[in-house]
Design a protein around this ligand. Structure first.
Ligand code: PLP
Length: 395
């Protein structure tokens, strides 16, 4: 029998043989449109730095102030002695921006989703989940004892079927990503909330790729659709548009938040978000809230990129979100996408190729993420690199 180390080596070899090994690229500069890696400089098109706040001077200065005023760490979970006045301030400000009664912070959005379902649902209840929901939703749902139903991504006939299947449950919760991160597609909230009303379900939206950048004041996908009142729960992250450090939240009614503070395990048993991050996130949230100019810049960049890429003959998934999937369909697609992404890096443009099992077989793609920090020249350089690498890889 193989020993422990050999067993793991064997597993790693299988991952490598399947071409699935993920490798870290080491950065030696802060996050931004222009970054430095140990291999050299690059234009970055794969960060969740939608508003360019990850290294914004005001956010950095606020984090310094938080550090100086409140120290490095809380050395406690929230409910023992780890809640600073500023945690509550940030929670109220998040709730206010997304249009909910209250909010609760977690160490991450992964933990927010880890807490939510177990607290709200028992074996008398049902949860209905979109098939492309984020891994943290899938894991969070697994932690609850609720009956589980799944519908194909954005398929509203299937959602209705599942709602019928779930009838008789004490509670029915529909959960969806607000934006699907591999496609840049929005969840059809209009139809989801209408079905929820018809079948007596509550709706939770994970707006991690939307808070700060989508909707009026960056309030997210429910606000974009004018449906804030029809959505019961919004989860989100401080790790993307809102400064990109770490922290997550659940925003909802006072009762949902109160119950999460009694029973949410990542809230009860994991450390409070550090003071510097809380102070930085408050400033990032304020900049985002007032950041119509940033959202406009971001939308222009996405539009310009989509227009030029389409003109150059690339196959894009349609939409308006700054996540843009450049498709390389078919049998050879995975190889093409990864060869082009690799070649683009040699031209100083950093993008990432995704293939099976992250996306369905035959649906390989390069996912590009635009930022308000990109200049038009940066976006043009990205498109030019796509064209050059396509020619070089084909030729
Ligand atoms: C990024 C993301 C998360 C995880 O966010 P963290 O705060 O980094 O844990 C959760 N849900 C969705 C939909 C995400 O895109």
């Amino acid at each position: 029998m193989m020993n422990f180390g050999d067993q793991l080596r064997d597993e790693l070899d299988q991952i490598e043989a399947a071409g699935l090994t993920k490798r870290e690229r080491l950065l030696t500069s802060p996050q931004g449109a222009h970054i430095m890696t140990i291999q050299g400089p690059a234009l970055n098109f794969c960060a969740n730095n939608y508003l360019g706040l990850a290294n914004h001077p005001d956010v950095v200065a606020a984090a310094h102030r938080g550090l100086d005023a409140m120290g490095f760490g809380t050395a406690s979970v929230r409910f023992i002695c780890g809640t600073h006045a500023e945690h509550r301030e940030l929670e109220k400000e998040i709730a206010d921006v997304v249009g909910m009664e209250d909010a609760i912070l977690f160490p991450s959005a992964f933990d927010a989703n880890g807490a939510l379902f177990e607290v709200l649902l028992t074996d008398e209840d049902a949860v209905i989940s979109d098939s492309l929901n984020h891994a943290s939703i899938i894991d969070g749902v697994r932690l609850s004892k609720a009956k589980r139903f799944r519908y194909e991504n954005r398929n509203m006939e299937e959602l209705e079927q599942r709602l019928q299947d779930a009838q008789g449950s004490r509670r029915i919760l529909i959960v969806t990503d607000g934006v699907f991160s591999m496609d840049g597609y929005f969840a059809p909230l209009e139809q989801i909330t209408a079905l929820a009303e018809q079948y007596g379900a509550v709706v939770a939206v994970d707006d991690s790729h939307a808070t700060g950048l989508i909707g009026p004041c960056g309030a997210g996908t429910p606000a974009r659709a004018g449906l804030t009142d029809r959505v019961d729960i919004i989860t989100g992250t401080l790790g993307k548009a809102l400064g990109g450090a770490s922290g997550g939240f659940v925003a909802s009614t006072a009762e949902v938040v109160a119950l999460l503070k009694q029973r949410g395990r990542p809230y009860l048993f994991s450390n409070a978000v550090a003071p510097s991050l809380v102070a930085g996130a408050r400033t990032a949230l304020r900049i985002a809230r007032e950041g119509d100019d940033l959202r406009e810049r971001l939308a222009e960049n996405a539009e310009h990129f989509r227009a030029r890429m389409t003109e150059a003959g690339f196959d894009l998934l349609p939409g308006s979100h700054p996540i843009v999937a450049v498709m390389f369909p078919g049998e050879d697609g995975a190889r093409q996408a990864s060869a082009i992404a690799e070649d683009m890096l040699k031209l100083g443009v950093y993008v990432i190729a995704f293939s099976y099992p992250v996306v369905p077989t035959g649906r390989a793609r390069i996912r590009v993420q635009l930022s308000a920090a990109h200049s038009t020249a940066d976006v043009d350089a990205c498109v030019d690199a796509f064209i050059a690498s396509r020619d070089r890889v084909a030729g």
